[in-house]
Design a protein around this ligand. Structure first.
Ligand SMILES: *Cc1c(COP(=O)(O)O)cnc(C)c1O
Length: 385
């Protein structure tokens, strides 16, 4: 086993490292502020103050009011709370939910669960770019539709959905609208009023914060039943003593994201374009997955003919490069992810698919290193097959 010349992390859509400034704030809380924010004494008040600062920062990232932010254990819980919480709150009015086939499993599997428990779910198909069809959405709406849940941008292929248009339609029909913005926070501007959403999920560890912390934005006046019952924290929408270090970390990460997403995104766009262009020029038989323009700035998802994703991943890993794959191909029978399937790839056509997502630490030198090694590995794999 050779020692890699470099380590290049290109899996920022899976998780990001904790930003030093985030760590610094978390550390102060862990070291000195151990109080329970519900306690009325000095120790409790000191922590409560930090909890509310974090809430304000997340609210600012989303252009929301602090009272509309509810902290959760991450993106998954925020999605569950949004979907199940709405279903329970509005089941008297109707039992129909609209979502898409390319949602994160946190939404998809939650909708599946509801469909096995008396709810009717429409899973909207997407086109080959991964885009939801607005007309299809309109046609899917029924008298008893209570919730539309469509993600802001897809975690695998990076396609950005027309959330504003969907928001307008939801409003027109007075249907609650949730979006999973876990992948867009820190990359695109997030303004809950402009987007026209009632519920929106974010996760700390996708934006240089810690794992196990997230938030759900709930528009004032939106009916939502809690999933947990207990001590009344988070105005009883999410009881349980708060994960203060995580929430403080999320707050700081949100502040950094609000201040720096524009400049960082420009840099990511340049890096991913260099990567895409290099692949096109140096490797014949490749295809970019997702929308060519309406895509996350840091996402490169490519299919390389005559290869297998898992083999590419392993080859790159041996050279210190971390990517992810949308297809598992152990023992010959390759199975595609639900997203690649939804954009019309067959197991054969989509087999050689990898996702590379750049981030704060990625340099031009990293991209050159990745390209040189990818060319090498593809040549080797194609020669062998
Ligand atoms: C990562 C992710 C989630 C889940 O967030 P966790 O904090 O890991 O639970 C949900 N949705 C999308 C789009 C994601 O990328």
């Amino acid at each position: 086993m050779m020692t890699p010349k470099r380590h290049v992390y290109l899996d920022h859509a899976a998780t990001t490292p904790v930003h030093p400034e985030v760590f610094q704030e978390m550390r102060i809380v862990l070291e000195t502020h151990f109080g329970n924010p519900s306690s009325l004494h000095f120790y409790g008040r000191a922590v409560k103050q930090r909890l509310e600062i974090a809430r304000g920062r997340v609210a600012r990232l989303l252009n929301a009011k602090p009272e509309e932010i509810f902290f959760t254990s991450g993106g998954t819980e925020a999605d569950n709370l949004a979907v199940i919480g709405t279903a329970w709150a509005l089941q008297g009015r109707g039992r129909h939910i609209i979502t898409s086939t390319i949602e994160h499993h946190a939404v998809l599997d939650t909708c599946e669960m509801l469909s096995q428990n008396g709810f009717d779910v429409t899973f909207l198909p997407v086109d080959h770019y991964g885009m939801v069809d607005i007309d299809e959405l309109r046609r899917a709406i029924r008298q008893d539709t209570i919730l539309i849940t469509i993600m802001h941008a897809n975690n695998e292929i990076g396609t950005i959905q027309p959330i504003k248009e969907i928001g307008k339609i939801a409003k027109e029909y007075e249907i609650v609208f949730h979006t999973d913005a876990v992948q867009t926070a820190g990359y695109l501007p997030l303004n809950v009023d402009q987007l026209g959403v009632d519920l929106l999920s974010v996760s700390a560890h996708k934006i240089y914060g810690p794992k196990g912390a997230g938030a759900l934005y709930v528009r004032e006046g939106t009916a939502l039943e809690p999933l947990l019952h207990g001590g009344g924290q988070e105005r009883s929408k999410r009881p349980g003593t708060e994960n203060i270090p995580g929430i403080v970390g999320l707050g700081k990460a949100a502040e950094l994201a609000a201040n720096e997403h524009a400049s960082e995104s420009r840099r990511y766009r340049k890096l991913s374009e260099k990567l895409i262009q290099g692949i096109r020029e140096r490797i014949p038989g490749t295809r970019l997955n997702g929308h060519p323009e309406k895509r996350l700035p840091h996402n490169v998802n490519v299919t390389i003919e005559g290869t297998k994703g898992e083999c590419l991943l392993t080859g790159l890993d041996q050279r210190g490069i971390a990517v992810s794959t949308g297809s598992a191909c152990s023992s010959g029978s390759s199975q595609l992810s639900h997203v690649l399937e939804a954009i019309g790839l067959s197991p054969e056509k989509g087999a050689g698919t990898i996702r590379m997502t750049v981030g704060r630490s990625t340099t031009v030198g990293d991209i050159e290193y990745v390209l040189d090694n990818l060319v090498d590995i593809v040549n080797m794999l194609r020669r062998d097959s």
